[in-house]
Design a protein around this ligand. Structure first.
Ligand code: NAI
Length: 308
């Protein structure tokens, strides 16, 4: 199975690395506009093969989409970060131009590919890609909830002082500091609600830390994170290529689910060989429903910037 990753920067290269050493795909192609950059990253990753024991073929290309032909999954990480003085609308405008041309090129050579959107603002870029490509909605998946849920589980694990893989928890809604919704009420430790172990005050702090999880890392690193984002993308790719049907919160196109229409926003999905196999409509309480509606409204405001 072949995976193309557009953008060989921090997230794209990390994702290629994880996919390779975990043997998730037999072939990975990295593509970037920076001359020689993807080639260099690919060679570096390939040279890990003997010491980590993988057989995935990793190659890199500069802008040559013909080398991406017949990819099963295409991950889009190309884009620029917001620069000082740049408005959110300006950033959306620039990244929208990049994402639109990238996905058009990708589909020329891999018309059946499942697109995994990572570039920010991710919910809006997912919506743009879906609308401009006209591909079936099951083939467009935005990565945000997988990362945010992973951060939520990490903070819960630290608060409980228990292993993170014994903790189950999910974040839905928009992929932004103010729009994501950590579902504290449904979080559990080996099936037992975490509310039995942690006070309301601690849980509020865990949720707040989760929501600023990305910003905290940007503050510490001076740039946005890549290990957890790359691993989160690889986790979704694994579920697609190996038809694992994992339940993962992803940004997908809604047509009536959760009371929303014509928007891509994070909800629990079953991810398998067809991409989005199913959208799960879980029972939210009134407070969670209100938060979800507010979150969707905020994403819609961002989507409006695509028209300017
Ligand atoms: P980066 O700057 O390290 O890498 C981006 C790469 O894209 C660069 O190598 C650049 O040359 C390339 N690129 C730009 N325009 C291109 C084009 N037209 N064609 C091919 N390649 C092109 O950035 P990083 O840290 O890897 O982040 C990538 C994107 O992912 C950003 O938009 C970032 O905000 C987003 N992101 C999203 C996350 C999520 O949860 N959805 C998490 C982390 C980052």
């Amino acid at each position: 199975m072949k995976v193309t990753i557009v953008g060989a920067g921090n997230v794209g290269a990390t994702c290629a690395d994880v996919i390779s050493y975990r043997g998730i795909a037999s072939e990975v192609v990295l593509l970037d506009i920076k001359e020689g950059f993807a080639e260099g990253k690919a060679l570096d990753i390939m040279q890990c093969a003997t010491n980590t024991g993988f057989n995935t073929k990793v190659s890199g290309v500069t802008n040559d989409y013909s080398k991406t032909a017949n990819s099963h999954v295409v991950v889009v990480t190309s884009g620029i970060p917001r620069k000082p003085g740049m408005t959110r609308e300006e950033l959306i405008g620039i990244n929208a131009g990049i994402v639109k041309s990238v996905v058009e090129n990708v589909l020329k050579y891999s018309p059946e590919a499942i697109i995994l959107m990572v570039s920010n603002p991710m919910d809006t870029m997912s919506y743009l890609a879906l609308k401009s490509l006209g591909i079936p909605k099951n083939r467009l998946i935005g990565m945000g909830g997988a990362l945010d849920s992973s951060r939520f589980r990490t903070y819960l694990s630290l608060a409980l002082d228990r292993p993170v893989n014994d903790i189950s928890a999910m974040v839905i809604g928009g992929h932004g500091d103010t729009t994501m919704i950590p579902l504290t009420r449904l979080a559990s430790y080996n099936g037992i609600p975490v509310t039995q172990f942690l006070s309301e005050e601690v849980l509020e702090k865990v949720a707040a830390d989760t929501m600023v999880g990305g910003a905290t890392l940007t503050g510490l690193l001076g740039t946005s994170a890549w290990y957890a984002p790359g691993a989160s993308v690889a986790y979704i790719v694994d579920s697609i290529l190996n038809d694992q049907k994992k339940m993962i919160a992803c940004s997908v196109y809604l047509e009536g689910e959760y009371g929303q229409n014509d928007i891509c926003v994070g909800v629990p999905c079953i991810i398998g060989k067809n991409g989005v196999e199913e959208i799960l409509e879980i029972d939210l309480n009134e407070k969670e429903k209100a938060l979800f509606a507010k979150s969707a409204d905020a994403v819609r405001v961002m989507n409006e910037a695509l028209k300017t």
